[in-house]
Write a protein that binds this ligand. Sequence first.
Ligand code: GLY
Length: 462
Amino acid sequence: MKILVIGSGGREHALVWKLAQSKKVEKIWAAPGNGGTSGEDKTENFLMDIDPGDIEGQKILLDFAQKEKIDLTVVGPETPLAAGIVDKFRAAGLAIVGPDSKAARLESSKVFSNTFMNHYGVRAPKRKNFSDPAAAIEYAQGHFGKKRRADETPVPLVIKADGLASGKGVVIAGTLDEAKECLSSFMKKSSLGSAGKNILFEEFIEGREVSVMAAVSVSPGKKPVIKPFISARDHKSRFEGGKGPNTGGMGAIAPVPDFTARIQKDFANAIVAPTLKGMIAENMDYRGFIFFGLMVKDDQCYLLEYNVRLGDPETQALLPLLDSDFYELCLSILDGSLSSFNLKWKKEFSCAPVVVVSGYPGSYPKGLPVAMNTTRLEKLGAKVFVAGAQRGGGGHLGSGLRTSGGRVLAVSCLGADQSEAHRRAYEALGFINFEGMDYRKDIGKASSADNGKADGSDGGNG
Ligand code: GLY
């Protein structure tokens, strides 16, 4: 079978790596891929200069898929999904995993997803929409002006942009001035383009964040099912203990030890069941993956967001634990047999810290040669998933990679428990080096405040 994987990050590298393990997969094209995907078995990068999120890019991808007779396309990021790549491929009779553009509104419009959650009874923080900046500022004034004891700090106000904002659409304002600055930037100065024209205020819930991804097969005439994967946790803050600015993810663990059986039951009842009911009632064509961004407080799950794709970097922690054929899983999503698909997970734990260039998420240099002792990494059982690096010579010890982004790679290691996985992953980081290499030291560390507790942006509606 010939597979096309769309996207260029660490998540797509993990997808390519896992798909390549299937005996049925002969060839994988990664469009555009990165310096990691091109080094995987059976895989070739192509179309390095197209944007899968724009109309022209999608036309080129569709032409390519038809010409090459691609058997299955897997879409990594949300932008092509929101822009209708699934609709176009299906209209042309091609098999593609992902929701159509109507179903993708669960991520591309916060106003739509909030209405959906309310209507179908998905447990979520309370929210209020605004399209008028003056009315939004008045609401913020009311929130921060509420009478409270002199020693009490105000409850933060969570502000979410309605549209896709590449991870920049959520601000937790601790003061009225911060709220006003954000509202002015989103709604008046259009700092996020059209994404911030409408906003939502969201009730701040302090708890532990958990990501649960799932396979979804909902389409008219087929048996509808959402099959959750084991849990994972991203660590979005740049520095240890949940400090510093938000990033695209500084590392992930899976499964999450504090996501207990009792909480999983609550998740199934309060989040998954009403979501499935809503998808069926809305006649959605959703054959792909979904990401539930949860806040867990007092053993109860609240849904902060849906993403209509797999998480990054959660996928890099999760896929090494998957003991089933990912290609077969994709087929079962498409042909309606997902409910009987045997999803098997290794009884181990995974830890995947992300390596960045010093300066990230601010400005940072590019083109730095990456040194990697692949023999030692392999001996440790470590798997490197590249995000922001391309093949371009340089580097010694055979890596051949040069950095091209701020988040360069993730190193995934497994262990019998979370602390063993953590120890191995950090030992593995000792076999990678480049100028300005940096990473958080506490991903998966049992004693760390960064086990998902509310400690700034790692633990509150991020
Ligand atoms: N790690 C969060 C996300 O993928 O949206």
